[in-house]
Design a binder for this molecule. Structure first.
Ligand code: SF4
Length: 510
């Protein structure tokens, strides 16, 4: 039963997404956490999102008007730590954990960013959730809140899937085991109104990806891969009848679902259009392209990531040029109007010829995909070394290199008709890298630059962050990372073996 005041007997929780409402609704994890918390007895869960322009929290649902027992913030990307600080400041809560004098509310963070590296979150939050904790959060949250408030947090035994920040940790070396959500638990959201993005009803098709691209955190932290059964996906899709025009299929490896065509056909049979994220080129044949076209998909996204087979082998993106061109051909034949291509630059052991290969491959794709009104958008992002991936040892390219490659690509693409080039800001990429690889000093810099509006570079300087060392330096084989306790020794050895394999590939393929 919902209560609209702080009665002293129930828990008041505020769940906030540090980005737009659309992004909140597009996050299956966030929605599931809300659903789990909202199902707890004697608990009132308000939820909202952060409005960047107004610098305020907007509430979708607000029933609690007393002091919250806990504030839970999901942080899917590193750059959203800034908004996390702003949310706490807007709520009148000191964002730096060490400086907070009040026991209430307990500040909790979770999501992909703290899962790959909890250090920055640990400076802000009383509890950092690591791993997929959606279905377990209710029990753990209650336990933590009651322990925290009774002053027992110092004695708390670390809980599965949750990291207790250093200060309160009882057993520093055994802080966590990530929970793994079973495919049967990946239920759809039971309130379609809270699960609609623009005119698309969102349905999760599965979690994790088995492809093991060496730069990709999603491919390494959400394992094992779990595909939801077709019946469950279609059952969830049917709940949007009359409420959404399209079904947005959500999942890192949608195109790898063993029943992909059955799912697409089933959704069309239910009378919905389709909306999808990027497709693996090797899974995009004539039939799939036609189903997408029938579902009203106007632009298909393919991510070759690298222009040459050499660089794709190094990063373990196992796609041949033929597979990429065949996918483009299938899209053309199906009558799809646009292609979006994702590439990265500054990749480990990249050569000048790999950059030239981006231009050559795009030209071949354009020749294959040609026709009246066809459009190709090329999106170029700098490689950012991510924790808990095989490339965590490799340094990020320096801004001068990235800018010079951007200039070369702009010159080349400006001459190609029908191609639009988009590049990620070097400043943004660099900031993402610092926070991604950051330690507690970076966490304090994030707080200062967002709370006190100190320029980012200045805040890093004040907190003694050696940016070159952190981001651009090639790390030693026995490097100690601040997230090693999350990775664990065995998995770190597996990641390093994959890094060495990439190095070997780079030296054997010219
Ligand atoms: S296929 Fe995509 S999601 Fe899977 S590991 Fe590669 S980049 Fe990550």
């Amino acid at each position: 039963m919902k209560r609209n005041t702080a009665c002293g007997e129930c828990n008041g929780i505020l769940l906030v997404y540090p980005d737009s409402k659309e992004a909140a609704l597009g996050s299956p994890g966030f929605r599931q956490v809300y659903r789990t918390l909202a199902g707890l007895p004697d608990t009132v869960v308000d939820w909202g999102w952060y409005d960047n322009k107004k610098d305020t929290i907007e509430y979708e649902c607000r029933e609690w008007f007393g002091e919250y027992d806990s504030i839970a913030i999901s942080v899917p990307f590193e750059l959203l730590y800034g908004n996390t600080v702003r949310i706490l400041t807007a709520l009148g809560i000191e964002p730096e954990k060490e400086k907070r004098s009040r026991v209430k509310p307990v500040v909790i963070t979770g999501g992909a960013a703290p899962t790959i590296n909890p250090s920055v979150a640990g400076v802000i939050a009383d509890v950092v959730c690591v791993g997929e904790i959606e279905t377990h959060i209710s029990y753990k949250l209650n336990k933590f809140i009651s322990n925290h408030q009774s002053g027992a947090a110092k004695r708390l035994t670390p809980m599965i899937g949750m990291k207790i920040p250093m200060k309160n940790r009882a057993a520093p070396d055994s802080i966590l085991i990530s929970d793994k959500i079973d495919s049967s638990m990946l239920a759809g959201f039971d309130n379609p109104a809270l699960c609609t993005f623009k005119d698309a009803g969102l349905v999760e098709v599965g979690r994790g990806c088995s492809r093991g691209c060496r730069f990709c955190a999603a491919g390494h932290i959400y394992l094992p891969v779990r595909h939801r059964p077709v019946d469950n996906i279609l059952r969830d899709a049917s709940t949007f009848s009359g409420k959404a025009k399209r079904i947005g299929l959500v999942g890192a490896a949608l195109s790898d679902h063993r029943s992909l065509k059955e799912i697409l056909r089933g959704i069309l049979d239910l009378g919905f259009g389709l909306s999808t994220s990027s497709f693996r080129a090797d899974m995009l044949d004539d039939e799939v392209a036609l189903l997408l076209k029938q579902g009203g998909v106007k632009t298909v996204t393919i991510a070759p990531e690298g222009g040459s087979e050499r660089i794709r082998s190094i990063i373990n993106k196992r796609l041949t040029e033929k597979q990429i061109l065949d996918a483009a051909e299938s899209c053309r034949r199906a009558g799809i109007g646009g292609l979006k291509l994702y590439y990265m630059i500054g990749l480990p052991w990249e050569k000048q010829s790999d950059i030239g290969a981006i231009i050559d491959l795009t030209a071949k794709i354009r020749d294959t995909f040609q026709g009246k009104g066809k459009k190709i958008t090329v999106s170029i992002n700098p490689f950012i070394p991510k924790p808990q991936t095989p490339f965590q040892w490799y340094g990020m390219a320096e801004p001068s290199y990235i800018n010079s490659v951007y200039r070369d690509l702009k010159k080349a693409f400006i001459r190609m008709r029908g191609i639009t080039l988009k590049t990620m800001s070097v400043r943004t990429a660099f900031m993402e890298a610092v926070i991604s690889l950051g330690d507690e000093a970076v966490g304090r810099a994030v707080i200062d630059s967002n709370r006190a509006d100190i320029p980012w570079k200045k805040a890093l300087e004040v907190h003694g962050v050696d940016v070159y060392n952190l981001v651009h330096r090639m790390k030693a084989p026995d490097e100690k990372f601040s997230w090693d306790n999350v990775t664990g020794e065995k998995r770190k050895a597996v990641l390093f073996a994959s890094f060495e394999k990439a190095q070997q590939t780079a030296s054997t393929i010219s």
